[in-house]
Design a protein around this ligand. Structure first.
Ligand SMILES: [Zn+2]
Length: 231
């Protein structure tokens, strides 16, 4: 999951309050969320569903609220956690006590730990709240762990894609590293700049699984390099 900047003005057709949502809504979500599913961070492009962060059954007034609409794979949305009676807010069927993070307004990088390890079968992604007292972050981590669980076919597919993506990031990093050495450790060399741009594009917010990839790189990449990449 990664923080995005949602446009302030709602798409005009939302004022008509009609379903299915019109093309202007889909275009706006596609642009603002970089064509990605807000839950898993994978490419969704034209195939995403327009989903509600706050479920309509609990928040009927938010059905046509621009701030409540998010692009997601239908399978990711289906695998959002079902909260037990003890976990959810009183009188709400599907909304956890304390709520959830909103990736179009909350500090996702600061509040959510996003980690994974890789092996031959893909990635094992794990999400955690940065602070134990942060209930929205803990609830969001719970939902993301449910979506990424490799016990189900969909979670396994996502983990394979994340593993492949990390391999590509590592290849881009190796190319940058080699170019840097060959250029006598000169950051201004054209070949270094080219490889730097290639690696940056894989860690940019618009890239698939950018939240997971950035956090992974932070765990071992030299902080100076991280800064050089502009992340
Ligand atoms: Zn997804």
């Amino acid at each position: 999951m990664i923080q995005v900047q949602r446009r302030k003005e709602p798409p005009p057709s939302l004022a008509d309050q009609c379903r299915p949502f019109k093309e202007d809504v889909r275009h706006a979500l596609n642009d603002d969320f970089f064509g990605k599913c807000y839950l898993c961070g994978g490419i969704a492009s034209d195939s995403f569903d327009v989903e509600h962060l706050r479920p309509v059954c609990d928040f009927p007034g938010a059905e046509y609220s621009w701030q409540n609409l998010f692009p997601a794979h239908s399978r990711c949305n289906e695998r959002r956690k079902r909260w037990s009676k003890e976990e959810r807010e009183a009188q709400h069927k599907r909304w956890p006590r304390g709520g959830l993070l909103d990736c179009s307004s909350d500090d996702i990088d600061g509040r959510l730990k996003q980690e994974f390890i890789t092996d031959a079968t893909g990635a094992h992604a794990r999400f955690q709240s940065s602070l134990t007292s942060d209930m929205p972050a803990a609830n969001t981590a719970n939902e993301l762990n449910s979506i990424h669980s490799r016990d189900c076919f969909w979670g396994l597919q996502i983990s394979i894609l994340i593993g492949k993506r990390y391999s590509s990031v590592l290849t881009a990093y190796s190319r940058l590293s080699a170019a840097f050495q060959q250029a006598g450790r000169n950051w201004g060399d054209p070949s270094v700049l080219r490889e730097q741009a290639a690696l940056y594009s894989m860690l940019d917010k618009a890239a698939p699984y950018a939240g997971l990839m950035r956090n992974k790189m932070r765990t071992w990449l030299n902080p100076n390099w991280f800064q050089k990449l502009g992340l």
